[in-house]
Design a protein around this ligand. Structure first.
Ligand code: MG
Length: 258
């Protein structure tokens, strides 16, 4: 099932996305929330008539650095012995169609297409064989990064945590084997990144075990699993799109801070 979050007439709701023609998708409004047992209401609305929101409002986004060897190498880095983990704050999250606002303190903004894991239930110290039980589904993410700031500041909180630096969407796919999916980033229609999730150094199981060794994950929390090679600049006016096989396309436009 594809679960979207959207606003309609000033209200926020979740809906199951139905249909295969991208221009004719319909939302069946969910009674309740997708983190518990829920029913479909049968009340349907055209997706084109609503505004998509980020598919979740995470308490935290835990992101992983250098999880694809080719990407680590392109920036002159090694794959680390233990995964690099960092946070992106809840205020960095935007949805598909929302703008990415170029930060005032950077001259080098980069895209990073990533598979995002959406956590479905509260969990801590998750054993490897239970990882799939704590995952609600998967969505597309863009770990937008102020590369110049990342290189000159030791911690990445500003470089990767500014407002609108974490586009998520367009929806959560709950029935998906994430182990070998094509992941692509285009800028103004031109391909910049193309990889497969099978190239991850650490698997999703590895990452959930590693993160929950340290902290509790809550329903709606998100893990960003790293980006394949091909990261590059974003400029004001660019349209950046992250497409993951079996999920869909997350599209955002880069705008100047007003
Ligand atoms: Mg990243």
């Amino acid at each position: 099932m594809r679960i979207a979050r959207f606003s309609i007439d000033g209200n926020v709701a979740f809906g199951a996305v139905e249909g295969s023609n991208p221009d004719e998708l319909v939302l069946d409004i969910i009674k309740g929330i997708p983190f518990a047992d829920f029913e479909l209401s049968g009340t349907k609305v055209a997706l084109s008539k609503v505004r998509l929101l980020p598919p979740v409002l995470p308490n935290k986004v835990v992101a992983i650095g250098r999880n694809y060897a080719e990407h680590a190498a392109e920036l002159g880095n090694e794959v680390p012995e233990t995964p690099i983990t960092f946070f992106k704050p809840s205020t960095s999250v935007v949805g598909s169609g929302d703008p990415v606002v170029y930060p005032s303190f950077s001259q080098e903004l980069h895209h990073e297409a990533e598979l995002a894991v959406v956590i479905g239930r509260m969990c801590r110290e998750v054993p490897r064989d239970r990882v799939k039980d704590v995952i609600l589904g998967y969505t597309c993410a863009n770990d937008v990064t102020a590369r110049d700031v990342q290189q000159r500041e030791k911690q990445w909180a500003r470089a990767k945590g500014f407002d609108s630096s974490c586009p998520l969407g367009p929806w959560i796919e709950t029935e998906l084997d994430p182990s070998d999916l094509a992941i692509q980033c285009t800028v103004n229609g031109q391909q910049r990144q193309l990889g497969r999730t099978s190239e991850m150094v650490r698997s999703i199981e590895d990452l959930v075990v590693h993160i929950t060794e340290a902290m509790t994950l809550l329903p709606g929390d998100v893990i960003l699993t790293g980006t394949p090679a091909g990261v590059g600049p974003l400029n004001v006016g660019d349209e950046v799109a992250v497409t993951i096989e079996g999920i869909g396309t997350l599209t955002n436009k880069v705008i100047k801070r007003g």
